[in-house]
Structures are given as structure tokens and as C-alpha cells.
Design a protein. Structure first.
Length: 456
């Protein structure tokens, strides 16, 4: 008994020692990442407001795109893979994440938004997180295993700080690397990084947009006497979530497809962002409104379609989600910098608004479901997005959040916006087909390719 108790105490001491070690390592990294993200969010807000008061800046978007192209060509070629570079380094350490990635992507993203490009901010925050984490890893002389963990924590810090969702940031970093598997070895560093980076942003006085779901009053139906849950509303949520998943698929395929298309047919390569900028200008001229430029959070004028407006009746046009898809895929597909997530929020919220009208459903609830579900489908992170719904909108509709995110995940196709994402467990696995069967699905083949221990 004494021997057993001694071993138990020793084991808990080792656990405590490891927890303290990772907390001490992670704290300064998260504080630095949170501080840089706070600066980034401040600059992004400034760029957005400056463009609102100087709308002529849009006509310089092609020139801005060319400047970004040459900047990355001469100073940031190894950084051009963005989030995928960080994910590759976590999967298989190679050349590392260059420290210049953080200032390059920050400046390029601000330029993209200043001149009206339709992009997000998550990609920039994650790249900042990965770059800073790699820098600290070298300073701390961490080995390859520990570097993978701290890079994962860098993703959590960047994501949690930029959206004000620390728990989501932690889970996202653990879930996004490999479909069907959560990397528990980085659990504590990711949680510490997400919380501390978010607190750091708040300490700098930078605040995030608040969203609100109106209370959905109970509606009597045939099964009210048997179920406390509104079954009819649940069915509507499932149907809408299939649409959210298909919207995710459209976005991911369009980004990759347009990038390949422009690279194949346009030469010289510096002309690609110029053409992309001209297309955005032409679309804005045709539509005669600037609603789909930039981040899509703050309104340029009263009545503009934004993410917050989509939570209200009449706050989005029928095809707002499609126009934002077109604008963002052209912007990102032609080499401008930023992220995909905030545009995905916009696409999901406005699509949810449209579907709520068609299905006679609560507008704010469906906007919130689209907000998280389209993101879940495009990134293959349904668990993280479920928690995002709880962090942003409260836990009252957590069941609907989970149903929406997981349904969209299954209907979002075989790929996503991150090409370096690996597959551990396919979304749909046919038990009748053994590994190696010629009739395997795409995801089964990908899972087999990245099977642990298998030479790549």
C-alpha cells in the first residue's frame, strides 16, 4: 500500500511539473501573440474606416495586389503558403516557420482591406501565432516534438485572440490539423495560449463585435405532448445545415479552382492580382454598392448588409451569401492576403437569414447557425465551431449548434480550405470496403496515405 501511494504521489508530481513547464513556456508566447493581434485588429479597424471615408481607394486595388505579389516574391516566398506552412511544420518539421511571416502577412492583410479586398483576419492571426511560436521555440531550444506542440499553441493563441473565443481557439488548433483526430498532447498549452492571448487583447482595450440571438418562443405542434424539443424546428435546422455544408463546399472548391485557373491562364504572374482587383472593381460597379468589400462587419452606410445586420429581419439580400462567396474567392484566389473565416461567417449568416425567410424560422437563430456551420464545413472543425456558437451566442441553443455544425461538416465534401489538413478518420467510411480497395472514396485513400507508420 505504501509503495503504491508513493508511486501515485511521484506520478502526480511529474504531471504537475510538466503542467508548470508548459504553462511557463506558453505564457510569454501568448502575451506577445495577443499584443500583436491587438495591434492588427486596431490597424484593421483603422484601414476599414479610412476606406469608408475614401472610397476612391478601391480603384487602386490592382496596384495594391501587384505590390503584395512582389513583396512576397522577393521577401516572403517561403511564407506564401500561409496557414498550410504552419500545419505542414506541425505534421513534419522541415525548414521551420520564418519570423518574417508575421510582419509580412500583417502588412499585406492591412493593404488588402485598405483598398477594398474581400478577405478575413483569421489567416493573418494564425500566421502571426505560428511565426511567433516558432521564434520562441528557437529561443527556448525546444526539440521537434515540443516545437510541434508550441506551434499548435500558436494557432490557438492567434485564433482565440482575433475572435475573442479562447476555448474555441484551443479546440480549433487541436482539431484542424487532422480530420477525425484531436491532438491531446497539446491540450494544456493550447488552452493556456487561447485564454492568455484573449485576455491580452482585452487588456489593450481592443473589443470584439457582440452578437445576440433573440429568444425563440415555444410553438405548439402535434408532438408537443411527447417532446420538450421543437421537432419541427430541429428538422428545419437539419435542412438548412445541409445548405450550409454545400455553401462550404462551394467556397472551398471555388478558392482552389480559381487559384489554379488564374495560375494556368494568366502570365506574367504579377498580373494575376491586378486582374483580380479589376474584377472586384467591376463587380462593385455593376452591383452599385460596396457591401461585399472588406471584412463585412462594420457598415459603410446605413442599411448596408453586414454580419450583424444578418441577425435581423431584412438584414440581408437573397443572394448576399453568393456575392460574398464570389468576392472573397476572387480576392484570395488571385493572391491577396487575409483569412477565409470572417467571410465564411458573412456567407453563413446571410444564407441563414435567407433560409429563415424561406422556411419561416427564427432569423437570428438561423443567422447564428449559418455563422458557425459554414465555417465548420469549410475547415472540417465541427467540434470547435459548436463551442464557438456557445462562446459567442450563449449555451441555450447548444443542441442546434451541434446539429448544424456536424451536419454541415458531413455535407461539405472531401476537402476544405486548408490543403495541408490530413485525414485520420474519413467523414463517411464504408465498412464493406477494405483499405486498398480500388473503389475507395477520396477520403479513404487520403486516410490510407497518412496512416501512422506508413511512409509518405
Amino acid at each position: 500500500m505504501l509503495g503504491s501511494g508513493h508511486l501515485s504521489i511521484k506520478k502526480h508530481y511529474v504531471v504537475f511539473k510538466q503542467l508548470m513547464r508548459w504553462t511557463i513556456i506558453t505564457l510569454p508566447i501568448a502575451i506577445v501573440i495577443g499584443s500583436i493581434v491587438a495591434l492588427f485588429l486596431w490597424l484593421l479597424n483603422w484601414a476599414t474606416q479610412f476606406r469608408f471615408t475614401h472610397p476612391w481607394l478601391l480603384y487602386l486595388l490592382p496596384v495594391a495586389g501587384i505590390a503584395i505579389y512582389f513583396t512576397y516574391k522577393y521577401w516572403g516566398k517561403s511564407s506564401d503558403k500561409g496557414n498550410n506552412l504552419i500545419m505542414d511544420e506541425i505534421h513534419q518539421p522541415g525548414g521551420g516557420v520564418p519570423r518574417r511571416m508575421a510582419p509580412l502577412v500583417l502588412a499585406a492583410t492591412i493593404v488588402t482591406h485598405l483598398f477594398g479586398g474581400s478577405a478575413g483576419r483569421e489567416g493573418t492571426a494564425v500566421q502571426i501565432g505560428g511565426s511567433i511560436a516558432q521564434m520562441f521555440s528557437k529561443w527556448f531550444n525546444l526539440n521537434d516534438v515540443d516545437t510541434r506542440i508550441i506551434l499548435t499553441a500558436g494557432i490557438a493563441a492567434g485564433f482565440g485572440a482575433v475572435f475573442g473565443t479562447p476555448l474555441t481557439g484551443a479546440i480549433f488548433a487541436l482539431e484542424v490539423l487532422t480530420i477525425g483526430r484531436i491532438q491531446y498532447n497539446a491540450l494544456l498549452p493550447c488552452l493556456v495560449a487561447g485564454i492568455v492571448s484573449d485576455l491580452t487583447v482585452s487588456a489593450w482595450g481592443v473589443h470584439h463585435t457582440a452578437y445576440h440571438i433573440n429568444i425563440v418562443p415555444p410553438v405548439a405542434h402535434l408532438l408537443s405532448n411527447y417532446f420538450s424539443l421543437d421537432i419541427l424546428l430541429l428538422v428545419k435546422v437539419i435542412v438548412a445545415s445541409i445548405a450550409f455544408g454545400l455553401a462550404s463546399l462551394l467556397f472551398a472548391e471555388a478558392v482552389h479552382g480559381l487559384k489554379n485557373l488564374f495560375n494556368k491562364f494568366i502570365y506574367p504572374k504579377w498580373a494575376i492580382p491586378a486582374v483580380g482587383g479589376l474584377i472586384v472593381i467591376a463587380l462593385t460597379f455593376i452591383l452599385a454598392k460596396p457591401d461585399y468589400l472588406g471584412l463585412g462587419v462594420s457598415p459603410e452606410y446605413v442599411g448596408a448588409v453586414t454580419i450583424p445586420s444578418a441577425f435581423n429581419t431584412g438584414g440581408a439580400d437573397t443572394w448576399s451569401w453568393l456575392w460574398k462567396t464570389i468576392y472573397t474567392t476572387i480576392t484570395l484566389g488571385t493572391g491577396f492576403k487575409g483569412g477565409e473565416v470572417t467571410p465564411l461567417f458573412y456567407i453563413g449568416a446571410t444564407l441563414g437569414n435567407t433560409l429563415s425567410v424561406l422556411m419561416n424560422a427564427p432569423v437570428s437563430l438561423f443567422a447564428a447557425l449559418g455563422f458557425i456551420a459554414v465555417f465548420a464545413g469549410a475547415t472540417n472543425t465541427p467540434l470547435a465551431c459548436t463551442f464557438m456558437g456557445i462562446e459567442l451566442f450563449g449555451g441555450e441553443y447548444a443542441l442546434f449548434f451541434a446539429v448544424a455544425c456536424f451536419t454541415a461538416y458531413f455535407f461539405s465534401g472531401d476537402s476544405g480550405i486548408y490543403s495541408s489538413q490530413r485525414v485520420a478518420v474519413p467523414k463517411i467510411f464504408d465498412a464493406d470496403k477494405a483499405p486498398g480497395d480500388k473503389k475507395q472514396t477520396y477520403l479513404q485513400r487520403k486516410a490510407e496515405k497518412y496512416k501512422p507508420g506508413k511512409k509518405k
